[in-house]
Design a protein around this ligand. Structure first.
Ligand code: GUN
Length: 283
């Protein structure tokens, strides 16, 4: 079997076209969706993500306020900035780029963002709403993965979804989203024994461990759908995922590439959440 390659880039382009129209409609009703992005310090990877978010906003017509502050910013100052944005009617989404410098407690920062502007879906209120199947801002990467699978018309109900990785940002919530869609979900992680025995049972295998070439064809059931969330930079400078792509291609029915797979969907769903938040202003 040669897998079909799911192009996240193409899906993201299509979704952004639809979003442009949504934004135009909102603007005609007097609301311009607004996203504030705070970047503390000068981590190059974070800078590049923030640039992508800004570009995404420009593409669909969302007002973007990028706030770049030095790593010496105090926790109090950051919390004060969040309070201001919480009270700013032109801002519908607030994102504080992670990781933060060590002297700032991430948990405090996430919990300070109003749950109604938490377009990252990281606030415990949104996590709780998601867990209980209520309307919530869904975290962008897991939401993007679910969208990708749904847009390929791949059945989820009753399928065995195996998630490798248990981070708060990707692994844990992505399993929950597929559970909400009536999949049977198994989580694997660094302490899992006999990983292959479990991953080879997956109808849909989602890999988010952050280790280059961690999953090969021996881990994949013939005909499985393979979603690779890893973004790893090799010594050669080349980007690669957690899955050995050529091996996945041989055995899977669908596979996502790196780059150009899950990545483009993450920012797209951030834009989506910001638009949804702005829509609440119209009712
Ligand atoms: N750092 C890496 N990914 C993310 C993300 O999705 N949101 C935020 N706020 N920071 C990140």
């Amino acid at each position: 079997m040669t897998a079909k390659i799911i192009s996240g880039k193409e899906i993201a382009t299509r979704l952004r076209e639809e979003m442009k129209l949504e934004v135009e409609k909102l603007k005609s009703q007097g609301v311009t969706p607004g996203l504030a992005v705070i970047l503390v310090g000068d981590d190059p990877a974070s800078h590049s993500y923030v640039k992508g978010k800004k570009k995404g906003c420009e593409e669909v017509g969302i007002y973007n306020r990028s706030i770049e502050v030095p790593a010496t910013l105090t926790e109090e100052e950051l919390l004060g900035m969040i309070d201001e944005l919480n009270n700013d009617d032109s801002i519908h989404g607030i994102l504080v780029q992670l990781p933060l410098p060590n002297h700032i407690e991430e948990k405090k920062v996430i919990e300070r963002i109003s749950p109604e502007k938490d377009v990252d879906g990281f606030h415990p209120i949104n996590v709780g709403r998601m867990m209980t199947g209520q309307k919530a801002f869904l975290p962008c990467t897991p939401f993007g993965i679910l969208k990708m699978v749904q847009l390929q018309n791949i059945d989820i109900e009753g399928k065995h979804v195996v998630v490798v990785g248990r981070s708060n940002i990707v692994g844990k919530p992505v399993g929950q989203l597929f559970l909400n869609e009536n999949a049977t979900v198994t989580y694997c992680h660094s302490r899992t024994k006999d990983l292959k025995e479990i991953t080879t049972q997956a109808d849909i295998l989602i890999v988010a461990v952050g280790r280059a070439n961690f999953i090969g064809k021996d881990h994949i059931k013939e005909g499985a759908v393979v979603i690779d969330v890893g973004v790893n930079r090799l010594e050669t400078g080349k980007l690669c995922g957690d899955v050995i792509f050529d091996e996945g291609l041989e055995v899977a029915s669908y596979i996502t590439p790196v780059p150009g797979g899950v990545g483009p969907l993450t920012i797209t769903m951030l834009l989506y959440n910001t638009i949804e938040s702005a829509k609440q202003k119209i009712g």
